[in-house]
Design a protein around this ligand. Sequence first.
Ligand code: SF4
Length: 299
Amino acid sequence: MFMSYEHPPYRPPSEAGSVLFRLTRGCPWNQCTFCSMYKDTPFERRPVEEIVQDIQRAKEIYGPHVTTFFFGDSNSLILDAGILEQILHSLYDNFQNIDRVTSYARAKTLCKKSLEDLRRIRKAGLTLLHIGLETGDAELLTEIRKGVTPDQMVEGCVRAREAGFEVSLYVLAGIGGEAKWQQHATGTADVINRADPHFIRIRTYVPTPYSSLYDREKNNQFQLASPETILREQYLLIDLLEVTSQYLSDHVSNYVPVYGTLPDDKTGMLETLDRAIGDLSSNESYRRSLEMKRHLTHL
Ligand code: SF4
């Protein structure tokens, strides 16, 4: 019988088919007001020997021909370049058909790491970084306690690209609520235009218990964006984008699945959103089905 090994509790939707490894536990920042993922998990670096054992167990469980891998928890790039090199060398020694190895990374951590270290990690075989932008608006970034400025978001992404990584940026639709959706869209478009990531991924803000923004919403201090506002925000964001990126809506929280390659598919994506906005005003059951998404939990 195979022994199990320690998995990260969260991974991006696009890594659903990947083998998951836990390099750290928790989040070294752990202050974002909308996030409750690691509230009860003190941040820890796992010993390299344990991770190497996990890699060997994963090979026993899944066989040597797996092609995609993901490293958790929230910011594996906080580990020293030498440690990441050891882990990646072990991974590539055990699996010979690797296509993709990815990790979450904070933009601020990417700003602090030297370009030389980032290049070493990329050369050792980490291929793509999943980075939480959430919003590019300076005021909102401060309000949600992301701990990163718009310029640092851009710098982190640009450094990652310079080092040779693919970059996947996550936008949190609705994080400006009903009041600040326009500045959320315009600020986010500005950061994305300057960062020009390979992938832009959208997920929609859903209040989660044990987060301070959830408490503010319950106490009527934050008004959730309506479905129309979310769609108008997404329309404005796409309209302002001047990038060569894949735009993906691969999360269950999203109201309308809008996908495409920018700039070529922009017109069609805006038409899709325009139709959905029209349907919302004429079809009450459609509106109710979208509003139900606010009650999703454990995303
Ligand atoms: S959103 Fe990411 S960086 Fe912010 S607290 Fe949650 S895990 Fe940490």
